[in-house]
Ligand binder design. Structure first.
Ligand code: ADP
Length: 397
């Protein structure tokens, strides 16, 4: 079975083609992409031509499904066929994810025209949070706001789900790993009576960052809310902010709403704090040379990460595994060390040598005997989308 994963940006189109064997093992056959895309139909034609030239898919008939990592939809989530409902749901919330929803709605339409008969599947980033208790998703807003859709949704669902599954495997909890695999098909199936609860906190720290708490593989809450414009400071986005700040700067700095939105998404986060860039490598390099603003950006990031880890440590009543994933989480031992500092009494303690040497690969970095196991688990969101797409298609047949 060949599954194509399409990653659609406002002007880009990236793809990966996976082949699944009978045992569910996946091989990455091809990957590629195009920038400055103005016509998704043309990009799809180019992609198919590339796959044909590479001998991976002679025609559309050799594609058994296409998966999309859609962000959020109005009144719709989960892993579902990318049909009219999905397009309407994406369009219904285009104001919340203006950089992502319109390209996905358009791209899915083009795929349907270009590849009739090939099943298309949307895996919403919000899907992992379907079972979060309402007390953790509800904002204290007037009912009309809530009815319009103002609530916490949560994002990075594909990544945190992978962390849930893989950490369960690493802890020898095949039951929970299987529960996570079945989640979008069967919902949270009952765990065996008397089984020890598995409490995991997953830290996806990358271009955008979030922390998610999970009990027995199911999310209990996450740091991101209505939009990816929330939680930890992001590369260019402000993250959590008191809502009073928006009317305040509009009135006192004379900014229009459009300008406030632009500055909150383009000039905030690590870039706004550090003044040197939005990439953690640049921020760290500047801090190492004594740049005080860059150091402050690091300190704010660490403080916010600890704030959210602390929230889930309490919510879960402890933590069996702490997971670091994505570009920042996988490659920055000193940030991991700073985030885990002084937590020995809470069961979290790192092995300095293991932490210092582990970059970009899977491994354990906790000190021997520490109550909480700490893992680095490289993110592979495209593979998650491909797997879920295959499950969705197979379940429907
Ligand atoms: P995205 O969220 O855009 O998919 P990533 O998960 O790759 O991106 O995360 C990007 C962030 O990870 C950047 O801030 C970058 O500095 C950081 N990062 C990526 N690779 C490294 C590395 N080798 N060393 C330090 N930081 C890294």
């Amino acid at each position: 079975m060949n599954i194509l994963v399409a990653n659609l940006g406002s002007t880009s189109f990236k793809f990966r083609l996976f082949r699944f064997g009978g045992a569910g093992d996946a091989t990455l056959l091809a990957k590629g992409g195009y920038e400055r895309v103005t016509d998704y139909g043309q990009a799809i034609d180019d992609c198919l031509a590339e796959l044909k030239a590479g001998g991976h898919a002679r025609s559309a008939a050799d594609l058994h499904g296409v998966g999309f990592k859609t962000v959020l939809g109005k009144n719709l989530t989960g892993c579902v066929r990318a049909d009219d409902r999905v397009i309407a749901a994406l369009e219904g919330f285009k104001e919340i994810a203006p950089a992502h929803n319109p390209p996905y709605a358009l791209g899915i339409q083009r795929f349907r025209e270009k590849l009739p008969g090939v099943p298309l599947v949307a895996l919403f980033e919000t899907a992992f949070y379907q079972w979060v208790p309402e007390a953790a998703t509800r904002y204290a807003v007037p009912p009309t706001w809530h009815e319009a859709g103002v609530r916490r949704y949560g994002f990075h669902g594909a990544s945190h789900k992978f962390a849930a599954e893989r950490s369960a495997e690493l802890l020898g909890r095949a039951d929970i790993a299987e529960r996570v695999r079945q989640l979008y098909l069967a919902g949270p199936v009952p765990v065996a009576a008397g089984a020890k609860p598995l409490r995991v906190i997953s830290c996806h720290f990358g271009g955008s960052s979030s922390v998610t708490g999970m009990r027995d593989g199911v999310a209990v809450g996450t740091s991101m809310g209505l939009s990816p414009q929330s939680g930890l400071p992001q590369n260019n986005r402000v993250g959590d902010l008191d809502s009073a700040a928006v009317p305040f700067v509009m009135k006192t700095l004379g900014l229009s709403l459009a300008e406030v939105e632009r500055q909150m998404t383009k000039e905030g986060g690590l870039l706004g704090l550090s003044g040197v860039g939005n990439d953690m490598r640049d921020v760290r390099a500047a801090a190492a040379q004594g740049n005080a603003r860059a150091q402050l950006a690091l300190d704010v990031f660490i403080h916010s990460a600890r704030h959210w880890i602390g929230a889930f440590l309490l919510e879960l009543g402890g933590c069996d595994a702490l997971v670091f994933t994505a570009g920042i989480g996988e490659n920055n031992p000193d940030l991991r060390a700073a985030i885990c500092a002084n937590l020995t009494d809470l069961g979290i303690s790192l092995d300095v040598t293991k932490n210092d040497t582990l970059r970009g690969t899977e491994g354990e970095i906790s000190a021997a005997g520490a109550r909480t196991r700490v893992f680095v688990i490289p993110a592979n969101e495209e593979l998650v989308v491909a797997r879920e797409t295959l499950r969705c298609i197979s379940a429907a047949n």
